[in-house]
Design a protein around this ligand. Structure first.
Ligand code: 13P
Length: 255
């Protein structure tokens, strides 16, 4: 299940506030990452308005770039939306189904599926996010929730486009931004289940990421798991020094 080069994806969410800060952060990450990009795959996910400038900053640095969401229609009268087709000329990745979109913006399993399909047919690589809420975790429903979210997200996707292009991020909602990172045993079992579900649904083997309060001092406990190919990092990715500590820790796991 593990790939030789672990993947650290930085979801900046609605940060930073200014373009100058965004470019400075991207530049700092690129500088501290240096030639570590040969050992760790990195990708930054800034807000839409910063994509073009961050792309310029990352040029020829070997660091990937992605958006945090997309719309499935390629164009038309959809005020405020950004299509997968538009993104494909700006970046290579997109995140779909993040729990914050499900929670605050009425994202459903069906819209996540439509976004994933549009992203793949636009030529993008996709991180599909799944994860249970706190009450579902407490009720022991993690596996049921993750399985049903994943099956819905993958429904009808072109099987030929999945290998190498789809990555699944298991992000327990109760671990996001709370400082309460999931027990690696729980995360590992859930990622194994997710892997099995993807294989049975699509016939493909995809990479698995863990997300939720990942930092420099706990990233190794996830990346060291057989079922885990990397991490999707939120808050800690906004601090280039902390992100650099994560890169070093991940390199050490692989060494
Ligand atoms: P935090 O790392 O801030 O908990 O966020 C995780 C996340 O939501 C990444 O997509």
């Amino acid at each position: 299940m593990s790939t030789p080069r672990p993947f650290l994806a930085a979801n900046w969410k609605l940060n930073p506030t200014t373009l100058v800060e965004a470019v400075d952060l991207a530049r700092a990450v690129a500088q501290t990452a240096g030639d570590r990009v040969g050992q760790v795959e990195l990708a930054l996910f800034p807000p839409f308005p910063w994509l073009l400038s961050v792309a310029g900053t990352l040029q020829a640095k070997g660091i990937g770039l992605g958006a945090q969401d997309c719309y499935w229609e390629p164009g038309g009268a959809y005020t405020g939306e950004v299509s997968a087709a538009m993104l494909s000329s700006l970046c290579e990745w997109v995140i779909v189904g993040h729990s914050e979109r499900r929670q605050h913006f009425c994202e459903t399993d069906e819209t996540v599926n439509r976004k994933a399909a549009a992203a793949l047919s636009a030529g993008l690589k996709v991180i599909i996010c799944v994860g249970e809420r706190a009450e579902q975790f407490d009720a022991g429903e993690t596996e049921t929730v993750v399985e049903s979210q994943l099956r819905a997200a993958l429904r009808g996707l072109d099987r030929d486009l999945i290998p190498g292009r789809v990555v699944v991020a298991y992000e327990p909602v109760w671990a996001i931004g709370t400082g309460r990172n999931a027990d690696p045993g729980h995360a590992g079992r859930t990622m194994e289940l997710a892997h099995t579900v993807v294989t049975s649904e699509s016939g493909a083997s995809v990479r698995m990421l863990y997300g939720g309060s990942v930092k420099g001092d706990n990233v190794a406990s996830y990346v060291g798991l057989a079922a885990c190919d990397g991490c999707l990092v939120g808050g800690a990715s906004l601090d280039s020094e902390e992100f650099s500590r994560m890169i070093e820790a991940v390199v050490e796991v692989g060494a």
